[in-house]
Design a protein around this ligand. Structure first.
Ligand code: UD1
Ligand code: MG
Length: 451
């Protein structure tokens, strides 16, 4: 169910499209549903339906629209025609993102083919939630929504998580009989529980392993709270695998991070997309790394931004990057490459031992082994219309403050004098420079202030 507006988010963005750990709330729920091998996944959309539907894609996904949105029971009424009569339906909430596949499987197993199964838990602060009503023998009698509950019912700590599993044929029958005579004038899905009880159908409960699995997002505060819980769990998993985090509270994973042994990560690093850190990699404070592969023993110094985007970035074993470096898509650094402060690399290959240590730009370049690319030098790769390549042979030295105007080739072992603008190929093994001669004017006087 993903049709609700999410009024308390106070946002133009539909609630289920708000992001947790880099993915929409709905995408998290969908990932779990896919792990269960569902025969069909039906998503109920309504508020912002077009944006919500465009945001997710998966084979076999179906959307049904709920307009207007008259409650969770009404949402399921719209979904009912799209569900197979045989089998079991698992109902998930688009705003409850951290539900785990194992918990959902346990709930489905509890439902079997002849029971209604509710995922419930006991909360210290149950306010806002539907409460689970039980009889003297502990049997479930129904669910009462917070707004409809008496003070005595509000004192109940066991809440309905919003997640249930039911035999589909029964579910359809109950949905058809729902009414909206309640405090909110809505069709409550939760009313089917009392219907099942009245029919003598077993109603069973299952419970999540941890509370965060069933916490819903209704406000920016709750979103931020869930984000921190999620991040802490991921940080704990990394540390269990031996990764040394300077502070597990100051790490953000927005994708998949694979780590070798003896990896160290300093504070406030963000990893996005797919990142792998090989054995003995060290990542300094305040780095943002996305879609990149970092080789063993490489050191990423503080404040480095690596963004592989679609092309990826790869950093060779033993390389040193940063502080304050920027590696953009298609940067491929060989072994022992040094990229220093305020150096930007884009769509370029640097072979083993090449260095660009200060204030430089390498775009669309192939840089040979052991090349030293001097401070303040750049490749002028863009002529205003097209991008062109620069090729620098092994062992070349590019003097400081040079402009290599692409397309251009610098031969192996060539030396480029500092301050040159190189627009034609430079031969191997020789000194090439374009530099105005240094002049000194002997009779020149510095102007003085007129009184
Ligand atoms: C619901 C439950 C409540 C439970 C709580 C757990 C009902 C009546 N109440 O309340 O017992 O404790 O979840 O979080 O079910 N939605 C639609 N269409 C609608 C209304 C909602 O698709 O017309 C979707 C929302 O997008 C959301 C989900 O259903 O994903 C839950 O809706 P919400 O309004 O948050 O229900 P609660 O009031 O939290
Ligand atoms: Mg809710």
């Amino acid at each position: 169910m993903a049709a609700g507006k999410g009024t308390r988010m106070k946002s133009a963005l539909p609630k289920v499209l708000h992001r947790l750990a880099g993915a929409s709330l709905l995408q998290h729920v969908l990932n779990t549903a896919q792990q269960l091998g569902a025969e069909r996944i039906v998503i109920v959309t309504g508020h912002g339906a077009e944006a919500v539907e465009a945001s997710v894609g998966a084979p076999g996904l179906r959307f049904v629209r709920q307009v207007p949105q008259l409650g969770t029971g009404h949402a399921m009424q719209q979904a009912a025609p799209a569900l197979h009569d045989e089998g079991t339906t698992l109902i998930l909430n688009g705003d409850v993102p951290l539900i785990e596949a194992a918990t959902a499987r346990a709930l489905l197993a509890a439902a079997g083919d002849a029971s209604l199964a509710l995922l419930t838990l006991t909360l210290a602060d149950a306010s806002g939630y539907g409460r689970v009503l039980r009889g003297d023998a502990g049997q479930v009698l129904g669910i009462v929504e917070h707004k409809d509950a008496t003070p005595a019912q509000r004192a109940i700590g066991e809440v309905y998580s919003g997640i249930m599993a039911a035999p589909t044929a029964h579910l359809k029958r109950w949905l058809a009989a729902l009414r909206n005579d309640n405090a909110q004038g809505e069709y409550y899905l939760t009313d089917i529980v009392a219907m099942a009880v009245a029919e003598g159908m077993p109603v069973v409960t299952a419970h999540p392993r941890n509370e965060a699995e069933v916490l819903g997002v209704n406000s920016p505060q709750q979103l931020a709270d869930l984000e921190r819980r999620y991040q802490r769990a991921r940080a704990d998993a990394l540390m269990e695998a031996g990764v040394r985090l300077a502070d597990p509270a100051r790490l953000d994973l927005r994708g998949e991070l694979a780590c070798g042994s003896d990896v160290e990560i300093d504070i406030n690093c963000i990893f996005e997309g797919r990142v792998s850190l090989a054995d003995d990699v060290r990542v300094g404070a305040h780095c943002v790394i996305r879609n990149a592969t970092i080789g063993e023993r490489a050191v990423i110094h503080p404040y480095t931004h690596i963004d592989g985007d679609a092309l990826g970035v790869s950093v060779g074993a033993g390389s040193l990057v940063g502080p304050y470096a920027r590696l953009r898509p298609g940067s491929v650094l060989g072994e022992g490459v040094h990229i220093g402060n305020f150096v930007e690399v884009k769509n370029s290959t640097l072979a083993r031992g090449a260095k660009a240590n200060h204030l430089a730009y390498l775009g669309d370049a192939s840089v040979g082994e052991r090349v030293n690319f001097g401070a303040g030098s750049i490749t002028a790769n863009y002529d205003g219309v097209n991008k062109h390549r620069t090729v620098i042979g092994a062992d070349a030295q590019i003097g400081s403050n040079s402009v290599l105007v692409a397309p251009v080739t610098i031969g192996e072992g060539a030396t480029i004098g500092g301050g040159s603008t190189i627009a034609k190929d430079a031969p191997a093994g020789q000194l090439t420079f374009t530099r105005a001669q240094q002049l000194t004017l002997p009779r020149w006087k510095r102007p003085t202030k007129k009184l």
